[in-house]
Design a binder for this molecule. Sequence first.
Ligand code: FES
Length: 147
Amino acid sequence: MTITHKTEVKGKNGENWLYSENVKKHFFHPQNTFKSQEEEEEFEKNADGIGEVGSPACGDMMRMYIKVKNGKIVACRWKTFGCASAIASTSILSEMVIGKTIDDARKITPQDIVQKLNGLPLRKIHCSVLGDKALQKAIDAYEKKKK
Ligand code: FES
């Protein structure tokens, strides 16, 4: 395979991928996901906010659930049909938001997520937007429910 751009996969084996170690870590061991449908249904019953988005770029879907106590996110779970980059991005995002106030969680940007992952290939940046948008929607839902 020829290298056509610095964001392209450049070889046959995993060691040549340009995904960062952090992306690979979160893709292979995603955090705050559900182990079963039952677990998701149980979590959903007590969720304070749920956000779901689809990426117009590729049709992938993301759903995020948050639990909030005293203005802070105490739990965040998610599921997606998105790609490896979406999985890694949302996994790290779910770790970033736990313990944050709603206001601080709102301020997280896709750039913050990418930075925390130590980078994403350029053409995969939109995948990090998926989790971010779902989080914003989950917060919107929480704030609406509070009123
Ligand atoms: Fe669609 Fe990554 S989420 S390509």
